[in-house]
Design a protein around this ligand. Structure first.
Ligand code: AR6
Length: 207
């Protein structure tokens, strides 16, 4: 029985494109959470209703980390599309915790959802902002009929969020959308982040 978020036993884990193990958890009868190591710029499922989530900054014109890699892979059309997103105040296209959508251009996915996680600072309630970043990304995806969505570990690079706390927010928020997507993926760059996400998914989904 795979209901109630039980992980598929390890012998049923599959290999992703990069040859890394991918572990699956059933979120609902119709929805699966998949955790894998890899490069999010190479991820896609069907090229027509899939999206990757870009951990961007408020200016939304590219940067380092995953944001830089996504812009490099998508081509200059992505920056041009981001530039057209209206500023809500000078220099801010996407305030922290919100999300915006663009096409994927040269990426293998149909769309990129840009969100901005918090810089980790305990004086500024980073947990609420990180939860909003995941929640608003999932909302925007749903409004655009995305069926397959992939996240990386938002705020866990340049923005310094501790992995364990970030994984709790990420997985518990995805759980709120258990009936809304065919597949939600976490595509994680390092062994360390991947192992934290797996442990947390077992804690939060393996009831
Ligand atoms: N695929 C998957 N994960 C990746 C990739 C990739 N290609 N590249 C990096 N990661 P970060 P943040 C992981 O720094 O902390 C940018 O300059 C990385 O190892 O990309 O939200 C933006 O413009 C880490 O686990 O995002 C912002 O200014 C995770 O992705 C700022 O950084 C997120 O790390 C955002 O910082």
């Amino acid at each position: 029985c795979l209901s109630g978020g039980r992980p598929i036993p390890a012998r049923f884990s599959t290999m992703s494109g990069g040859g890394e193990a991918m572990v699956e958890f059933q979120l609902s009868p119709s929805s699966v959470l998949k955790i894998q190591k890899g490069d999010i710029t190479r991820w896609s499922v069907d090229g027509s209703s899939d999206a990757i989530v870009n951990p961007a900054n408020e200016r939304m014109l590219g940067g380092g980390g995953a944001d830089g890699a996504i812009h490099d892979a998508a081509g200059p059309e992505l920056r041009a599309a981001c530039y057209k997103v209206p500023e809500v105040k000078p220099g801010v296209r996407c305030p922290t915790g919100e999300a915006r959508i663009t096409p994927g251009f040269r990426l293998p996915v149909s769309h990129v959802i840009h969100t901005v996680g918090p810089i980790y600072d305990m004086r500024k309630n980073p947990e609420a902002s990180l939860r909003n970043a995941y929640r608003n990304s999932l909302r925007v995806a749903k409004e655009n009929n995305i069926q397959y969505i992939a996240f990386t570990a938002i705020s866990c690079g340049v923005y310094g969020y501790p992995y364990d706390e970030a994984a709790t927010v990420a997985i518990s928020t995805v759980k709120e959308f258990a009936n809304d997507f065919k597949e939600v993926h976490f595509v994680l760059f390092s062994d360390e982040v991947y192992n934290v996400w797996l442990r947390k998914a077992n804690e939060l989904l393996h009831k």
